[in-house]
Write a protein that binds this ligand. Structure first.
Ligand code: SF4
Length: 345
């Protein structure tokens, strides 16, 4: 049955009822505080929900509100962000908090249109914060919603058209919940690949669902998804090796600061590392091997524990950092992973 103006209320009721019964209990869903919602939206960009949960809690413990985040140093913010990757997000978050503190008395504007004027807040994030925290009746479209709308209405629609359709579908009485319901549906039911139409709360009105039940291939579109579950583009990652040196002495660890102008993770601290193995590598020097992915590269990381293996250039750039200071400085996710595995932090 196609969706018409007459059955639109039933469609909205079905989706919201399903969401009320089935939504995942995520910490940012227990709050209408725009700060917490904004933080979750930024953290969830390009990052899986499971990877965000701990970081979200720790970040909020350190910076519970706009004022505390605005007053922090950039290094302290990057340190709290460490392990989430895509550090530009943390820098923009910090800039945005400072602007909120300086120009808005620490309060978020309530309309999506005004939120979009803040650093690092685009159309999606503005609509998410405005609808969830302030109940503005404005639709949100991420990769999940786009997939649901494309399948639900059938045919092919451009992204601007999808935004218009999402706005027309929106339940204005509960815009934040409706938006989250659409994203949740895309993340858990109308998933990429083979959607789970038989348990879909809106299948009655879905144009493509009957053909899917007849066994036809689902429509899949290679767009990146966001907050409620990621659909990464299918890019085959490059494979590389790196060698990292883990030197510990008198409660200190040897670290190198990445160049401030580095394109990736500028200014962050990491273990001395090289893309070439040391010329002379005694077998006993190799401690462990890790797998680590950064953007579109899969690294095999060889961790060495022999202080003599560091080359002169890296030794000159490195500093001995007290282990109890590490929580206050921004270290890379790979360095955090290695220091955790070695029991140092
Ligand atoms: S019926 Fe299937 S294709 Fe249609 S919206 Fe639901 S899960 Fe997606």
């Amino acid at each position: 049955m196609p969706l018409t103006g007459k059955n639109l209320p039933a469609f909205r009721r079905s989706l919201l009822h399903w969401y009320d019964q089935n939504r995942r209990d995520l910490p940012w869903r227990r709050s209408r505080d725009p700060y917490r919602i904004w933080l979750s939206e930024i953290m969830l960009q390009q990052t899986r929900v499971a990877a965000v949960l701990d970081h979200y809690r720790i970040f909020l413990e350190r910076f519970p509100n706009v004022q505390s985040l605005a007053a922090a140093s950039e290094d302290a913010v990057l340190a709290a962000w460490s392990g989430l990757g895509y550090y530009r997000r943390a820098r923009m978050l910090h800039q945005c908090a400072r602007e909120l503190a300086q120009k808005h008395a620490g309060r978020f504007p309530q309309r999506a249109e005004d939120l979009q004027n803040l650093p690092g807040i685009g159309r999606y994030t503005a609509a998410a914060v405005a609808s969830i925290a302030f109940a503005e009746p404005i639709a949100v479209v991420d990769g999940n919603v786009e997939r649901v709308v494309q399948r639900f209405l059938g045919g092919h629609r451009t992204t601007p058209q999808i935004w218009q359709h999402a706005q027309a579908l929106l339940a204005r009485s509960r815009p934040g919940d409706f938006n989250q319901a659409m994203m949740e549906l895309g993340a858990t039911v109308c998933v990429p690949g083979e959607p789970r139409c038989l348990v879909c709360p809106i299948r009655r009105w879905c144009v493509t669902q009957p053909s899917r039940q007849a066994g036809s291939r689902p429509i899949t579109r290679g767009r990146r998804s966001s907050p409620s579950g990621k659909t990464p583009p299918s890019i085959r990652p490059a494979k590389k090796n790196i060698w990292c040196l883990l030197n510990q002495r008198n409660g200190r660890i040897r670290l190198v600061q990445r160049r401030k102008k580095a394109s990736l993770m500028p200014g962050m601290w990491e273990l001395p590392q090289s893309s070439e193995p040391p010329r002379r590598l005694p077998p006993a020097a190799q401690w462990r091997t890790f797998r680590h992915s950064i953007t579109v590269t899969d690294y095999t990381v060889h961790v060495l524990r022999n202080a003599a293996l560091i080359n002169a250039a890296l030794a000159a750039r490195s500093k001995w950092i007290a282990i109890d200071r590490i929580a206050q400085i921004p270290i890379t996710g790979l360095t955090r992973k290695i220091l955790k595995a070695s029991g140092i932090i």
